[in-house]
Design a binder for this molecule. Structure first.
Ligand SMILES: CC(C)(COP(=O)(O)OP(=O)(O)OC[C@H]1O[C@@H](n2cnc3c(N)ncnc32)[C@H](O)[C@@H]1OP(=O)(O)O)[C@@H](O)C(=O)NCCC(=O)NCCS
Length: 177
């Protein structure tokens, strides 16, 4: 059974090692999530400490998926938007442990992220992903609308440049799943 929880700063701090492992598992496998492989241990921990500070500052919602006591996935909703875009939020770093994939965990995380965004009165969500990655069909199936492709947007661990695809979704207008 998978449960999704919104983590407060204290709970996220308790799970710092799990969060670090989650990020390392994906990045070292070539995933396009901010970092290049091999991600140094202290860099991953530093990243999560920054996110925990953002939770305290109320500029980040961090959701985690648990199977029993094991953290198997997470996603963030960034609320750090300008004064004239307080109705908007950005979905970041949707990651599921390699061993837990294709069981609907990312979909559940995204649905929970949308619910939490709604609670914060954020009705326009934006996100981007590497073109042709596994997340692309997931976002489409959740009703995200393609804005377009930016060529050569991000560097990959092999030294090449990958295209990124940008999406948006208006909650409450399209079907909110
Ligand atoms: C993308 C990712 C989060 C998906 O996690 P997941 O828990 O396996 O996804 P789900 O089981 O919820 O799958 C939901 C849908 O996504 C799509 N999908 C997921 N993995 C896929 C794959 N390997 N190939 C094609 N489609 C895939 C399918 O449409 C799937 O629906 P279906 O199982 O009914 O066919 C996971 O592969 C991951 O962590 N990848 C590395 C990090 C990353 O790239 N994150 C995206 C950053 S924007």
């Amino acid at each position: 059974l998978i449960e999704i929880h919104r983590l407060d700063a204290a709970t996220a701090t308790r799970h710092l090692d799990d969060l670090r492992e989650l990020l390392t598992d994906a990045v070292d496998d070539g995933a396009a999530v901010t970092f290049l492989a091999p991600i140094p241990r202290n860099q991953a921990a530093h990243f999560w400490r920054g996110r925990i500070e953002a939770i305290t500052a109320r500029t980040c919602i961090l959701l985690a998926a648990f199977e029993g006591t094991k953290l198997v996935g997470s996603v963030q909703v960034s609320l750090d938007t300008p004064q004239n875009q307080q109705h908007r939020a950005e979905i970041n770093k949707l990651v599921v442990l390699k061993t837990a994939r294709r069981r609907g965990i990312a979909r559940s995380l995204m649905e929970a992220a949308q619910r939490e965004a709604c609670k914060e009165r954020r009705t326009l969500l934006t996100l981007d992903t590497r073109k042709n990655d596994a997340a692309e069909p997931l976002y489409r199936s959740l009703g995200y609308v393609e804005i377009g492709v930016v060529p050569r947007f991000s560097l990959n661990s092999g030294g090449g440049l990958d295209d990124a695809i940008f999406f948006y979704k208006e909650l409450g207008r399209a079907e909110t799943r």
